[in-house]
Structures are given as structure tokens and as C-alpha cells.
Design a protein around this ligand. Structure first.
Ligand code: LMR
Length: 397
């Protein structure tokens, strides 16, 4: 049966995670997988989660099935968190949603929904994009196309290129995948002016926005990080959103996410809701509840909500401090572009202008781990090792 299979390498990010773990060097710097780390290098459980877990341990009365769409309180509160309870689409019943197994599960639900609606759907993704976008969306069987996004020389978004490519190539009904904030892997986000422009363009061209919202709150703060999402929903009648709670609730291994769909009208939202239920049933039957129940416990409780929000802002503030410190350390001859970009970029990631062999030298000679594309997770560094990191980067350049 399995004779036709060959041994395959794991996904690059997963392989890097294992490689860094196996390195015995106590001074290694792991800038690989996108998890937040505090000053001591740990990825702590948030206090709000700990407290919600203690309460929920007492309050939970059953482990019976929940539903194909997942935890209803979680879905309502998450919708209110990202859109606001008074948002027109919420008040008029234009939202359909289903809990996903993490942000990846949410992406999968959205991709499957697009396939159900039209198997010929074309999805435009940025160059580069998160390493798992293409396998995940491609394996659903949709057509993938790429739009230019990041200029590795300037380390910024090439917005003019992006727009002219989409203007020339994208057809009404095509879907455009956008990173809501904290672009993965580059850290280069669209400006508010760019969001305004692309939102208008997509509405005029009748392109469907599909927003991957995996890092909300960790870029410039929650309200600012939601600007682009709100803008495309304001302009376009139909929008898909894949939300992750892995990073902003630090619930990585609990796999909590949500697919949220804004439909044209309440009737269409009900139809989409029914389709999402059937898709979920086919994929995993019903999503796991524990992590979603914790998020619901936090968001539904004013005190816990505040504790969580303060912790989220602390993480965001630490990432900004690390960026500023690395930027200062790189601000020497030859490092000027990196210095400026690292300061301006948002969230955990930056993509440095390094070749694969320079990345390998950093790994082999300095025990510094980043993806071969030279994506660094800045939250993996700390104030003590940033001078060493900057030195090593400048040395291999
Ligand atoms: C990352 O990009 O490192 C994270 O989103 C984790 C993952 O699964 O790839």
C-alpha cells in the first residue's frame, strides 16, 4: 500500500523548530517559529488564561459535544472583539462563523467554503506569504496566483507594484488574501492610506477580500491592527476572515481560531452558516472546545478581559522595544536599511536581506536560527543578546 510513498522533509518552519531545540549551545538565539517569548526565553501562559482555566475547571459541567460551528459564546464574543458589538454587519445579521482548529483550521474552512461556492475560484497571495498558505489553500484544490508585495532591497511593501499587478491581472470574483496586520513573513504592513486604496479598488473590481488575522494586537495595538479589516468590510459586501487566537491569547497548542464571513445579507449569511457546518463536519466533525471556552470566559468577563488586554499590550510593547534595540544596534555602516526597516515593521517578523548561505552561516557559526528566507521572529531575541545578534548579522553580510 505505502510503497508509492517516499520519505519527505518536514515543513521548513517545523524543521527549524526541531533544529533549534536540538542545539545544546546555551547562547543560541532561536528566531524561528512565530511564538512570543518573554525576557527569560519562555512562552508563558497568560494570567488571564490561567485565571479563566481555574474558574472554568469549577464551572464546567459536561464534556458533551458542542456543535459543528463550535462554541457559540466564543464566536459571538470574538466577532464583537474584532468588529465591535455595534458594527452594522453584526447588528443586521450578516455574519456567519465557525470555530477553526487554530488559525490554520480557520483558513481551511474559508478555503473550503470558497471551493463549495465556486471550485474555479482564484486566490491571490502575496509574494512572499506565510509558508503554509500555499500548501494549505492549494491542497483544497483552488487556483493560486501571486501578487508582488515585498521588496527585499528596501525591506518595504512595493505597493505600486502590488496595485499595478492586481489591476492588470485580477478579475471580478477573484479572492485576494491580505494579512490583516504583522505581515508574515516580512513584518512590512500596508499603511492606512494603502488599505484605503486597496479597499476601494477591490470593491470597484468586485474582488473578494480574504483577511488572515493571526497577530491582531501585536503590531500597533488592537484598534490600529484592525484598521485594514474594518476598511475592507466597509467597502466590500462580502469578506472572509481567518482569525487565530494562538498568538494574542498565547493559546498556541490549544488550537483556537475562527472563520468569520461577512455576507451580502442575512439570508446569505444563514446559507453560508449552513455550508460552514457541513464543511466542518466533513473535516473534523466538531472542533475542540477547551481553548475556545477559555477565550469566551475571558472576553465575557470584564475583569478578565482587562487583564488579558493589558497583557496583550505588554507583549506588543516588548516587541516594539526589541525592534528599537535591534534597530539601534544595526544602525552602523552597511546596516542602515535594516535598521530603519526593523524599526518600522510590525509584529514579530522581519525579513532580512540575507542569502540562504548567510542564513546557514548564522546557524552554523553563531547558533542563530531563522528561516532560510531570512525571516526573524524578533520576539525570540532579548535585550542581552541583541548586540551579539546584530554583530553576527553584520558579519555575515
Ligand atoms: C509561524 O509562521 O512561525 C507560525 O505561524 C507558526 C507556524 O505554524 O508556522
Amino acid at each position: 500500500m505505502f510503497e508509492s510513498l517516499i520519505e519527505r522533509s518536514p515543513d521548513a518552519i517545523i524543521a527549524l523548530m526541531e533544529m533549534a531545540k536540538a542545539d545544546p549551545n546555551p547562547d543560541k538565539i532561536d528566531l524561528g517559529v512565530g511564538v512570543y517569548k518573554s525576557a527569560d526565553g519562555a512562552t508563558p501562559i497568560m494570567q488571564a488564561v490561567k485565571q479563566a482555566e481555574a474558574l472554568y475547571h469549577v464551572e464546567e459541567t459536561t464534556k458533551t459535544y458542542v456543535s459543528t460551528a463550535g462554541n457559540a459564546a466564543f464566536r459571538r464574543l470574538m466577532t464583537e472583539l474584532v468588529l465591535g458589538a455595534d458594527h452594522g454587519a453584526v447588528k443586521t445579521g450578516r455574519i456567519a462563523s465557525a470555530q477553526g482548529v487554530g488559525g490554520s483550521g480557520a483558513l481551511r474552512l474559508c478555503a473550503e467554503l470558497l471551493k463549495s461556492a465556486n471550485p474555479q475560484t482564484k486566490i491571490w497571495v502575496s509574494t512572499p506569504t506565510w509558508a503554509n498558505h500555499e500548501p494549505l489553500i492549494g491542497s483544497v484544490g483552488l487556483n493560486l496566483a501571486k501578487y508582488p508585495y515585498y521588496n527585499k532591497d528596501t525591506m518595504g511593501v512595493d505597493f505600486a507594484e502590488m496595485m499595478s499587478h492586481l489591476e492588470a491581472e485580477a478579475k471580478p470574483g477573484d479572492v485576494v488574501l491580505l494579512h490583516g496586520c504583522c505581515h508574515n513573513p516580512t513584518g512590512a504592513d500596508l499603511s492606512t492610506a494603502a488599505w484605503d486604496q486597496i479597499a476601494d479598488f477591490m470593491a470597484e473590481r468586485k474582488l473578494i477580500p480574504f483577511v488572515d488575522l493571526a497577530y491582531a494586537g501585536l503590531g500597533s495595538g488592537l484598534a490600529q491592527d484592525l484598521y485594514g479589516l474594518h476598511k475592507v468590510i466597509e467597502k466590500s459586501p462580502e469578506v472572509l476572515v481567518a482569525i487565530s487566537c494562538s498568538k494574542n491569547f498565547a493559546l498556541y497548542k490549544e488550537r483556537v481560531g475562527m472563520a468569520m464571513v461577512v455576507a451580502k445579507d442575512p439570508e446569505r449569511a444563514r446559507i453560508v452558516q449552513s455550508e460552514l457546518g457541513l464543511i466542518q463536519r466533513k473535516l473534523v466533525s466538531m472542533p475542540p472546545d477547551h481553548g475556545a471556552a477559555l477565550v469566551a470566559r475571558i472576553l465575557g468577563d470584564a475583569d478578565l478581559h482587562k487583564i488579558w488586554f493589558d497583557e496583550l499590550n505588554t507583549m506588543q510593547g516588548r516587541i516594539v522595544t526589541l525592534r528599537e534595540t535591534l534597530s539601534d544596534a544595526l544602525n552602523v555602516q552597511g546596516g542602515e536599511i535594516m535598521s530603519k526597516a526593523v524599526r518600522a515593521q510590525k509584529g514579530m517578523f522581519s525579513m532580512l536581506p540575507l542569502t540562504v548561505s548567510q542564513v546557514e552561516r548564522l546557524r552554523e557559526e553563531h547558533s542563530i536560527y531563522m528561516t532560510n528566507s531570512a525571516r526573524i521572529n524578533i520576539a525570540g531575541a532579548n535585550l542581552d543578546n541583541i548586540p551579539k545578534l546584530a554583530d553576527a548579522i553584520l558579519k555575515v553580510l
